[in-house]
Design a protein around this ligand. Structure first.
Ligand SMILES: Cc1cc2nc3c(=O)[nH]c(=O)nc-3n(C[C@H](O)[C@H](O)[C@H](O)COP(=O)(O)O)c2cc1C
Ligand code: SF4
Length: 453
C-alpha cells in the first residue's frame, strides 16, 4: 500500500481530520467532506463574497468599496486573536503596518505548523484552501500589500501541492494577480515550502528561511512590521488567523466576537490527540468548556481516567486533569490556570502515563530542535533532557529536581526567541504538578545505590 492509499484509508475514518461532523458552529470547517475543496465548491459555500464586498464588486450590487481603515476596524472589532500561538490581536497587528511605506511590503502566512500535537492548518489548506487565499487577499488589501507568500511545512508536501492548485484556480478566475475582479487592487500570492524544521515556525526564522538562508531567529526589535522579509515591512499571521477573516468581513466584527466570549472572538480549531477515543480536529466557539470538547472527542480511552492535559501544544505547561475539567477553552481561562492556549493542540493523557517519561519525550524534542544560536538554549535544552533521561532510567540524584528548575530559570527569558521558554516551561510545570512521580524514581535509585554500597 503506498502513502496516498494509507492516507485515504485514514481520512475515510474521519479520525484526525476535519470532516467528521462533530464541530460546534464551525466557520472554517463548515460543510467540508474531503473532496469539495475546489473554487466552485468554495464559491457555492459563499466564498469570495467577502473579497467582493471589500472591493465593491458584489453581484448585482452598487456598494462602495470598503476603505482600508474600515477593513482593519472590522477585524479589530472581532477581537480575532492570532491562532499561531501567542494570541496577539490581529487587527492591532495589521494597524502596525506602515501603509505609506514607499517600497515593497510583504504579507506572509505561517503554515509551518511544527508544534507537536498541532494538525489543524494542514486540514484547512487541504480541504478548504481558498478560505486562506481569500483571507490573505483581504489582509493584503487592508494593508496596501501587493506580494504575499504562504510558507508551508516541508513534511506535508501533498498539502503544498494542493495549495498550489488552489492558487492557480484563483489566478485563472481573476481573484489573484493584476486588477483583482477588475478593481485597482493587485496582489500576487505564492506558495513556498520549508524542510521540516520546527524553528522555522518562529516568524523571523521563517523569514530567513523564505529568503533562502539558514532558518534561525533574528534579534527583535526590529520587528517584522518594520524590518521583515528582505528587510521590508512585513505582516505575518497564522493560517487559521487568515482563514477566519472572510467570515468576519461577511458578517461583521461584532457578530464574530459574540460567537466567542469577551476578548476571545469567534471559533477556534483544537487538534485533540493522545488518550481519547476520537482524536482529530474540532472547531468550537471560544469559551466552550473543556469537558464539552473532551466529550466531542469521545472522552478518555475506555477504562481509563483523565490524568493531565497539555492544552496548547507541547510548549504549554501541563494542567492536572481535575483542574482542566473546570476550565473553558479560551486564552484567558487557560492563562489563569498557569498555562497557554497556544496553537490549540490539546494533548490528553490518561492514568496509564508516567509524567517523567512524557517529559523525557518533550525535552528530547526541544533539545533536538534548538537552532543552537544562543548558549542557554543550545546547552540548557540538552542538559535538561540528559537529567530527565537519567531520572527515567533509574539513575536520578536527589539534587536533580532543583537542578532542573534552576536550568529552566537560566533558559527562560534569556534567549533570542521563545523556543527557550517553550523548552523550560513544561519542565517546571511537570515538576510542580507531578513531583511525587519524579521523587519516587529518584528514591528508588537511591535505595538501589544503598543496597549496592
Ligand atoms: C519556536 C516557535 C515556533 C513557532 N511555530 C509556529 C508555527 O508553526 N505556526 C505559527 O503560526 N506560529 C508559530 N509560532 C509563532 C510565530 O512566531 C508568530 O507569532 C505567528 O505566526 C503569528 O501569527 P498569529 O498572530 O496569526 O498567531 C512559533 C513561535 C516559536 C517561538
Ligand atoms: S532560543 Fe534556541 S531556538 Fe531560539 S534562537 Fe536561541 S538557540 Fe535558537
Amino acid at each position: 500500500m503506498n502513502v496516498d492509499q494509507i492516507l485515504q484509508q485514514f481520512e475515510a475514518t474521519g479520525a484526525q481530520t476535519c470532516f467528521h461532523g462533530r464541530h460546534i458552529e464551525p466557520q472554517i470547517y463548515k460543510d467540508l467532506n474531503g473532496s469539495n475543496w475546489r473554487l466552485k465548491d468554495y464559491i457555492a459555500r459563499g466564498g469570495y463574497a467577502a473579497l467582493r464586498k471589500i472591493l465593491g464588486k458584489e453581484e448585482g450590487g452598487s456598494a462602495e468599496p470598503m476603505t482600508q481603515d474600515q477593513v482593519i476596524a472590522t477585524v479589530k472589532d472581532s477581537v480575532l486573536r492570532g491562532r499561531g500561538g501567542a494570541g496577539f490581536p490581529s487587527g492591532l497587528k495589521w494597524s502596525f503596518m506602515p501603509r505609506q511605506f514607499p517600497g515593497q511590503k510583504y504579507l506572509v502566512c505561517n503554515s509551518d505548523e511544527g508544534e507537536p500535537g498541532t494538525c489543524k492548518d494542514r486540514d484547512i489548506m487541504m480541504y478548504n484552501p481558498h478560505i486562506v487565499i481569500e483571507g490573505m487577499i483581504i489582509a493584503a488589501y487592508a494593508m496596501g500589500i501587493t506580494v504575499g507568500y504562504n510558507y508551508i511545512h516541508g513534511e506535508i508536501f501533498r498539502v503544498y501541492e494542493r495549495f498550489e492548485e488552489a492558487l492557480q484556480e484563483a489566478r485563472d478566475a481573476g481573484l489573484l494577480g493584476q486588477n483583482i475582479l477588475g478593481s485597482h487592487f493587485s496582489f500576487q500570492l505564492h506558495a513556498a515550502h520549508g524542510f521540516g524544521a520546527y524553528i522555522c515556525g518562529e516568524e523571523t526564522a521563517l523569514l530567513e528561511s523564505l529568503e533562502g538562508k539558514k532558518g534561525q531567529p533574528r534579534f527583535k526589535p526590529p520587528f517584522p512590521a518594520s524590518f521583515g522579509l528582505y528587510g521590508k515591512p512585513t505582516t505575518i499571521n497564522n493560517t487559521e488567523t487568515f482563514a477566519a477573516v472572510p467570515w468576519i468581513i461577511r458578517n461583521g466584527g461584532q457578530a464574530y466576537l459574540e460567537i466567542g466570549k469577551p476578548n476571545n472572538g469567534g471559533t477556534k480549531i483544537f487538534s485533540i490527540s493522545g488518550d481519547v477515543e476520537l482524536p482529530g480536529n474540532y472547531e468550537i466557539p471560544m469559551g466552550t468548556p473543556f469537558a464539552k470538547l473532551l466529550e466531542l472527542a469521545g472522552g478518555v480511552r475506555k477504562g481509563r481516567t483523565l490524568k493531565a492535559v497539555i492544552p496548547g501544544g507541547s510548549s504549554s505547561p501541563v494542567v492536572p486533569g481535575a483542574q482542566m475539567m473546570e476550565l473553558t477553552m479560551d486564552y484567558d481561562s487557560i492563562a489563569k490556570a498557569g498555562s497557554m492556549l497556544g496553537s490549540g493542540a490539546v494533548i490528553v493523557m490518561d492514568d496509564s502515563r508516567n509524567m517523567v517519561e512524557s517529559l523525557l519525550r518533550l525535552s528530547y524534542f526541544y533539545s533536538h530542535e534548538s537552532c543552537g544560536q544562543c548558549t542557554p538554549c543550545r546547552e540548557g535544552t540538552g542538559w535538561m533532557w540528559r537529567v530527565v533521561d537519567r531520572i527515567w532510567h533509574g539513575q536520578g540524584r536527589p539534587e536533580d529536581l532543583d537542578l532542573l528548575n534552576s536550568l529552566a530559570d537560566n533558559i527562560q527569558g534569556r534567549t533570542i526567541c521563545a523556543l527557550g521558554d517553550a523548552a523550560a516551561m513544561p519542565v517546571r510545570a511537570m515538576i510542580k504538578h507531578f513531583r511525587p512521580e519524579f521523587e519516587a524514581l529518584i528514591e528508588q535509585a537511591a535505595q538501589r545505590g544503598a543496597a549496592h554500597a
